[in-house]
Design a protein around this ligand. Structure first.
Ligand code: 5CA
Length: 444
């Protein structure tokens, strides 16, 4: 992308309405624009980040055998009346009437719709398990939308649904998502901890919220610090491996405030390992058995000729919320520097030539570098404007583009000034720079 042709409407100052870093930065760097309370347009820079997150989320869903579908945003009230949630959902549901006076709604979640799809096409246990997901806009008329896209009304969510013949198999499906979530967040360079949580509007009696630590988070959490040393390395989708993985995490006390019990916490966690802090919920998984299949009459034939209601779970990731959550996690408050993880950076590298009225030579050199980076599939932006070089560098630091090649006084012939945000610049050959980038990308 040539910056002269791009649409990145950067603001001079931090907008005063934004209270937390991610909201400030997203408005300031032109990633989003508010269109109504809690409703945002996604501009090129923000949309690029969100699409990269979505791609990783999708790949990790596909890896556990989930199949992608796409359900509509607008749903009929009928199925919600069948499940009993049409009334229960209350004012958070945006209710709409069409011209025939039919009651419709903008979907806040999809348990009913997916159960309806399932019940009309699957009649036998032989077709189970089924893991289906979609990535689609949701609407919740939140009482207090705030912090930009972190708690908004229209947001982009990955929601998956599992269908199994019995509890044991359903928990196996649940555990697959447990692993898939740990892998997804790791690729986003986040440490997300699964925590026992309340099931709220969705229901059921087993659920984990995946939470990343952030002072600005809305979830209060109580954990054993040692849980942060765990990871999913070595786990696979075999039943036993998944059970071991969950046991490994569940050994450590880790809950949100709805599940908090002071006596248990103090009994299970020694004083030096106690951590009481705040976090951002980036994902939430639920197991609720036949809560929806029963009222919606979604049953399958069992081997012996009997029928039973299918056992279901649902699994959400806040794809749009993650854009803000990554900023909250990665912004370095001390040095006031943002550095995007390479896996989701709006651009992986910026080429920044010094251009003066009388000298265009660095621009020509920059264009060649730009082309060779693009040939290697590196997501690069070139600043071909005639702004002075220090303002250009400041602009990419503000955005948080992780790598920069600066073609100014310090770059000489074949040795280019190469900088990784937060580190000292180095003079390197183009080959060496390409090596560094391709090596880093291979880790994603
Ligand atoms: N049906 C279930 C799972 S598919 C469900 O809706 N779960 S949820 O309510 O926990 O939402 C899933 C994820 O969406 C949350 O973990 C959170 O990351 C994100 N999310 C929920 N509400 C909002 C909101 N108002 N703004 C931005 N993201 C949100």
């Amino acid at each position: 992308m040539y910056i002269s042709k791009s649409f990145i409407p950067i603001l001079k100052n931090n907008p005063s309405e934004a209270k937390i870093k991610s909201h400030q930065l997203m408005l300031r760097t032109g990633m989003i624009k508010q269109s109504a309370a809690g409703i945002y347009s996604w501009l090129p820079l923000g949309f690029k980040v969100m699409k990269k997150i979505e791609k990783i989320v999708r790949e990790e869903q596909d890896k556990i055998g989930a199949q992608e579908i796409l359900m509509p945003t607008i749903q009929s009230s009928e199925i919600w009346k069948e499940s009993g949630r049409y009334e229960d959902y209350g004012d958070e549901m945006l209710r709409i009437k069409d011209r025939q006076n039919r009651e419709m709604l903008y979907g806040p979640t999809n348990e009913e719709l997916i159960t309806d799809i399932f019940r009309t096409s699957v009649k036998s246990y032989k077709l189970l398990p089924q893991l289906l997901y979609h990535i689609q806009w949701k609407f919740r008329d939140e009482l207090r939308p705030r912090f930009g896209i972190m708690r908004c009304r229209e947001f982009y969510m990955k929601d998956a649904y599992s269908f199994d013949v019995d509890d044991e198999k359903a928990i196996y499906s649940y555990n697959k998502f447990f692993l898939s979530y740990l892998r997804t967040f790791k690729r986003l360079d986040l440490t997300a901890i699964p925590m026992a949580a309340d099931t709220g509007q969705i229901g059921g009696n087993l659920s984990h919220e995946f939470i990343i630590l952030a002072e600005t988070g809305e979830s209060k959490i109580f954990t054993d610090k040692r849980i942060f040393d765990l990871n999913s390395d070595g786990a696979n989708t075999e039943k036993k491996s998944l059970e071991d993985l969950r046991n490994k995490y569940e050994k450590f006390y880790s809950v949100t405030d709805e599940k908090f019990n002071k006596i248990e916490f103090e009994k299970e966690v020694s004083e030096e390992n106690r951590l009481i802090t705040k976090g951002i919920e980036v994902g939430h998984i639920f197991y609720f058995g036949d809560k929806y299949s029963k009222p919606l009459n979604a049953s399958v034939d069992l081997p012996g000729g009997k029928k039973d209601f299918v056992k279901m779970g649902s699994y959400g990731i806040g794809v749009s919320r993650l854009v803000g959550a990554i900023i909250e996690a990665k912004y370095n408050n001390k040095d006031e520097i943002m550095k995007w993880p390479l896996s989701v950076a709006p651009y992986e590298i910026a080429v920044i030539p010094m251009i003066t009225k009388n000298d265009n030579s660095q621009l020509e050199k920059a264009k060649n570098i730009y082309n060779s980076l693009r040939d290697k599939n590196i997501d690069v932006i070139i600043d071909d404007t005639d702004e002075n070089i220090s303002s250009k560098v400041k602009k990419f630091n503000l955005i948080g583009v992780p790598f920069q090649i600066i073609l100014g006084k310090k770059s000489q012939d074949d040795l280019l000034e190469f900088k990784e945000i937060g580190k000292d610049p180095q003079n390197l050959s183009m080959d060496k720079i390409l090596n560094i980038l391709t090596e880093q990308k291979a880790k994603i």
